[in-house]
Design a protein. Structure first.
Length: 197
């Protein structure tokens, strides 16, 4: 249970940084939450990362679904937090991008993020913990400068809030690429990691 709570809390804080739209804040926050919880849950905070870890054989698929649910709940709690503060809700700025463009962009950048996480988690097991959060945080910072969030929990949370607010599924297609792309990149990263081991 501790692992799931850490994933939920870490994703809450990561969503807070993502909402700023500032890559420096996103990377720094990811570093912080990695050091906060990597020793408990692996510090994934992202369903795409969790799927890469699962596909590489380091996590059971039943645990992936638990992580996925808790990560999405973390984003929804952040959305509720914003609402209580009277700031509305956070909507990712991906609505104008064509679906295929979004899928390719999200897949390529998530590939890099997941490959770094897999390599660094292997080093973490060998007690090289001091660089784990730095490497992953700086990687996330770098890819977010390219645009995008590379986190399906954030996309799904925004979609759920949109449906609740509007009663419409009109945001489905604009958000589809940002949801699917990271999983494609994560799977490719797990295959590459397994091949290059």
């Amino acid at each position: 249970m501790k692992r799931l709570i850490v994933e939920m809390v870490g994703t809450f804080f990561l969503a807070m940084a993502v909402a700023t739209g500032n890559p420096l804040a996103m990377g720094a926050m990811l570093m912080a939450v990695m050091y906060m919880g990597a020793h408990v849950s692996g510090g994934q905070y992202n369903p795409a990362v969790s799927s890469a870890v699962t596909a590489s054989g380091d996590m059971k698929s039943e645990m992936f679904w638990k992580y996925f649910c808790m990560q999405t709940i973390g984003v929804l709690i952040y959305q509720a937090y914003l609402y209580v503060l009277g700031e509305g809700v956070f909507m990712p700025g991906m609505m104008g991008m064509p679906v295929w463009t979004s899928i390719v962009s999200e897949a390529v950048m998530t590939f890099l993020l997941c490959k770094v996480v897999l390599v660094m988690s292997d080093m973490y097991k060998k007690k090289n913990a001091h660089v784990f959060g730095l490497a992953v945080g700086f990687t996330y910072m770098a890819i977010t400068f390219m645009g995008g969030f590379y986190n399906p929990a954030i996309t799904l949370g925004a979609f759920i809030i949109t449906v609740i607010q509007t009663g419409s599924f009109g945001a489905f297609m604009p958000m589809l690429g940002a949801f699917i792309g990271p999983f494609i990149g994560a799977f490719a990263a797990s295959r590459c990691y397994g091949y290059c081991k």
